[in-house]
Design a protein around this ligand. Structure first.
Ligand code: I3P
Length: 116
C-alpha cells in the first residue's frame, strides 16, 4: 500500500537519537517487504507519481521490513500528542514514527507493515 504520511525519525539506532527529528509529510510505499519513503515535491500536486519514484532526488531512503516490529503506539517515553501514530522499529534499534489520517488508516498501515 502507499500514500501520504507524516514521518518523524525518532532513533537512528539503539541509544542514538535521530538528528533530523521534525515531522515531515512524505509519500510512503510498502511493497514486497520494503518501506520506501519519498519527498512530496513531485510535479503532480506534490504527490510523486510512479515515474518520479525512480528519481533519486525524491528518495528519502528505504528500509527492509525483515525483523521489524510495527506497533500502533509511540514508544515508551515518547508522549507527544499527535493522533493516529504508529511506530516502526528496525532491528538496529532505529525507530520511525508515522502519523496517518484516521484510526482506520492506522490499522491498515500497521497490518501492511507487519503482514507482508
Ligand atoms: C523538532 C520539531 C519536532 C519535535 C522535535 C524537535 O525541531 O519541533 O516537531 O518533535 O522534538 O526537535 P526542529 O523542527 O527544529 O528539528 P515532536 O513534535 O515529536 O515533539 P524532539 O527533539 O524532542 O523529538
Amino acid at each position: 500500500r502507499s500514500g501520504v504520511l507524516v514521518r518523524k525519525h525518532l532513533f537512528e539506532r539503539t541509544g542514538k537519537k535521530a538528528s533530523q527529528r521534525s515531522w515531515r509529510t512524505c509519500y510512503v510505499s510498502v511493497d514486497r517487504g520494503t518501506v520506501a519513503m519519498y519527498k512530496m515535491d513531485g510535479r503532480h500536486g506534490g504527490h510523486p507519481d510512479g515515474r518520479e519514484l525512480t528519481d533519486t532526488s525524491l528518495q528519502l531512503g528505504s528500509v527492509s521490513l525483515r525483523h521489524t516490529l510495527t506497533q500502533m503506539m509511540p514508544p515508551p517515553g515518547y508522549s507527544r500528542s499527535r493522533p493516529h501514530v504508529f511506530a516502526l522499529q528496525l532491528p538496529s534499534g532505529g525507530v520511525y514514527l508515522f502519523q496517518t489520517a484516521s484510526e482506520v488508516e492506522l490499522r491498515d498501515w500497521v497490518a501492511a507493515c507487519n503482514y507482508w
